[in-house]
Design a protein around this ligand. Sequence first.
Ligand code: FPP
Length: 238
Amino acid sequence: MDNERRMPVHVAIIMDGNGRWAKKRGLPRTAGHAQGARVVEQILEDADHMGIRYLTVYAFSTENWSRPDSEVRSLMNLLRTYMKTSLAKCAKNNVRIRVIGDKSRLDEDLQVSIANLERDTAHNTGIGFQIAINYGSRDEIVRSVRALAKNVRKGLIEPDEINENMITNNLDTGGIPEPDLLIRTGGEQRISNFLLWQTAYAELYFCDTAWPDFSKKDLEKAVEAFNSRERRYGGLIS
Ligand code: FPP
C-alpha cells in the first residue's frame, strides 16, 4: 500500500446546501450563509495546513442575482464584512486573495474593498485564495475572448495565433494552475457554470454534507478519494 499522499495543488469548491442546512434547523436561509462564511475561513486555514496551495470557492454566481432581494443583500453583506475584516488574518497567515468574476456589477464600496484586499495581499507567498463573486464560467470565457478580439483589432495578434494558452491566461484565474480537485457539497452533482474551462482535467468529488457542516475531515476524505483515483488511473504519485 502506498503511504505517500499526494496533495492536490488547487482545490475548488462549490459550497452548496446552506439553505437546506438552515431550514432543517428552523432558521432563515441567511443563517446558513452566515455559518457557511465561518466554515470558509476555517477550511482556508485547514487547506493551508494540509499543504494545498490554492483554494477557490464559489461565493456568488451570476445566476444568484435572481434570488430574493433580502438573500442577495445578506450574501453581499457577508462578503462586504469578509473583505473588510480578513486583512489582518491574511497578513498573519500569508494568504493572497483574488476575487474572480465580473466585479463591475458589484456595489462601489465592495469593489473598493476588494481592490484594497487584493493589493494588500498581492505579495503574500502562502496559499492563494480565490473567491468567485458574480462569477459565471461562460461569462468569464466570453470576457477572455473579447479581450483577445480587441488585440486582434489593434493588430497585435492574428486570429489564427489565438490558442488555448491565450484564452487561459486571459481568464480571471490567469496565472493560477488549474484545479486538480473540484468538490461540490450538498448532495447535487452538477458543475453549475463554475470553472468550466479550468476543470477540464480535474477530479470531481461530490458529497452529501451541507456546506455549513463541512469540516477538515470532509476535506481529507475528498483528498483521499483524489489519491485513490490517481492510483487507479495510473497517475504518478510524486
Ligand atoms: C449555496 O447554498 C451557497 C451559496 C449560494 C452561497 C455561498 C456563500 C457563502 C458560503 C458565503 C461566502 C463567504 C465568504 C466569506 C467567501 P444554497 O443557498 O443554494 O443552499 P440550498 O441548495 O440548500 O438552498
